[in-house]
Design a protein around this ligand. Structure first.
Ligand code: 5AD
Ligand code: SF4
Length: 475
């Protein structure tokens, strides 16, 4: 076999991009590419871009400026370095990218990653290749699966895409344009991926999609399955100890999802449920299709099903026309819900979206001031939430050695990092930990080793019990 060529991939933005990057690496492994951390000795550099906010796409152009130097340096050494722009900037800007940055050899939109090997061959032949179509074939079937050794090297948690695209058309958002219409994968294919991951040591799966709870994939019975039913199905796969899903829209929360939280111990009581604003007037201008009261109702339904449920959210400040009173509504909502964590962003007009043409842009100083105020509140709420965990005993899934010798790090159900002193054989197990201290965002605790959870022989038994419990309480 020829010497492997080196591939460096850099991802920006959301978890979907992290997952897509892995699938591109898996697909190019078939073409004899191996991943490298270094840009300078790479034969192929892929920038997997994000278009959600202005800063995200501007970063791509400055990175391309730096890559021009690396490419020139490689050429001086007699090496040909190819540069690929993938992701949502590629989709949104297409051929414009090569006009602005001639260093780019391939532009490929998110729906065409399975064509990457072909596009690289076309670029080698014709000098350049651009593809931003939405092909009809199933990209997921065409993309290569990771090899068992690769799965093990990536650790015990994994993302799995279950749906892509969005039909909601919030007026500020580019996703419906860059990722396209909402499409769900068939249940059997998702279950195959999860089984394969579990067989190779993965213990926690996060189902991902731009609007994941709009999932309506075809089930083995030929009917369309909601997300809650998919979660029940996946929880029964031996070896899967934890399930999560992200990102959800409040309007697509249905009874099946609430029931899944009530019935599935493997489904973590932590949900990212973006609200964006706490003002009905702004929610309407954003085309969010829900009110503040609707959002509260959804949160209450989850809390009734799982009293220990915690939430996170995304917020946008400075949406066109946002008044002081509107913003006060956002602060009040964030205070009332008491998020375990949350992200907040300054509104950024995205070309081609309806909000970009709305009058009454909010000035930068006001946006900065609102963002700082909201972030301060969110930070306080997050600290309160974390502090309330000290003294509690929480289940922790252990993932990897910590920075200090003898330390192992895992995650609580609420995604908080938890550090304990223990031997590395607890990695991959869920064990109860009594939290003793909090340092910034990390918890420290004492391990209870007597638990049977996470013991491989016990897992199947526990899962069987879970399945029969579901069978008696379901439908
Ligand atoms: N400006 C600012 N924030 C945005 N988001 C999406 N589009 C924009 C925009 N144009 C935020 C939303 C979304 C998150 C992923 O990014 O809060 O939930
Ligand atoms: Fe964008 Fe989410 Fe709205 Fe879809 S639901 S348009 S992805 S913000």
């Amino acid at each position: 076999m020829n010497t492997p060529r080196k591939l460096h991939i850099k991802s920006y933005g959301c978890q979907m991009n992290v997952y897509d990057a892995q699938r591109m690496v898996d697909t190019l492994a078939r073409e004899n590419f191996v991943e490298t951390d270094s840009v300078t000795d790479a034969d192929l550099v892929i920038l997997n871009t994000c278009h959600i906010r202005e800063k995200a796409s501007e970063k791509v152009y400055s990175e391309l400026g730096r890559l021009r130097e690396s490419k020139d340096a490689a050429a001086r050494d007699g090496r040909d370095m190819k540069i690929v722009v993938a992701g949502c900037v590629a989709q949104a800007e297409g051929a414009e990218i090569v006009k602005r940055a001639s260093v780019v050899d391939v532009v490929v939109g998110p729906q065409s990653y399975h064509h990457l090997p072909d596009l690289l061959r076309r670029a080698a032949r014709d000098g350049r290749a651009i593809e931003t179509e939405f092909p009809v074939e199933d990209k997921f079937t065409a993309l290569a699966q990771p090899q068992p050794a690769t799965i093990r090297a990536r650790g015990i948690t994994s993302f799995v895409t279950v749906q892509e695209g969005c039909d909601k058309f919030c007026t500020f958002c580019v996703v419906p344009y860059t990722r396209g219409a909402e499409v769900s994968r068939p249940v059997a294919k998702i279950a195959d991926d999860v089984r394969r991951l579990a067989d190779n040591g993965v213990r926690e799966i996060t189902l991902i999609g731009q609007n994941v709870n709009a999932f309506h994939g075809e089930g083995p019975d030929g009917k369309s399955w909601p997300l809650g039913k998919l979660l029940h199905h996946l929880a029964a796969i031996p070896g899967i100890l934890r399930l999560r899903y992200t990102t959800s829209h409040p309007c697509d929360v249905d009874d099946s999802l609430i029931a899944a939280h009530r019935e599935l111990p493997a489904l973590m009581p932590y949900l990212h449920l973006p609200v964006q604003s706490g003002s009905d007037r702004i929610l309407q201008a954003m085309n969010r299709k829900h009110s503040v009261a609707d959002y509260h109702r959804v949160i209450d339904a989850f809390r009734r099903a799982r009293p220990d449920m915690a939430f996170s959210s995304d917020f946008i400040v400075g949406f066109p026309g946002e008044s002081d009173a509107d913003f006060a509504g956002t602060l009040a909502l964030a205070e009332q819900i008491g998020y375990a964590s949350a992200y907040s962003f300054k509104y950024s007009p995205r070309p081609g979206t309806p909000a970009a043409d709305m009058p009454e842009m909010i000035d930068t100083a006001t946006m900065d001031q609102r963002l700082a105020q909201l972030q301060q509140l969110i930070d306080r709420k997050q600290s309160d939430f974390n502090a309330a965990c000290v003294g509690q005993t929480l289940d922790v899934l252990f993932e990897q050695p910590g920075k200090r010798p003898g330390q192992i790090v895992g995650r609580s159900p609420y995604l908080q990092p938890v550090h304990v002193m223990a031997s590395a054989d607890i990695i991959g197990r869920v064990l109860p930990v009594t939290m003793t201290a909090l340092e910034r965002y990390s918890l420290f605790g004492e391990l209870h080793l007597d638990s049977k959870q996470g013991d491989p022989t016990q897992i199947a038994q526990d899962l069987n019990e879970t399945t029969s419990l579901v069978a008696t309480t379901g439908a």
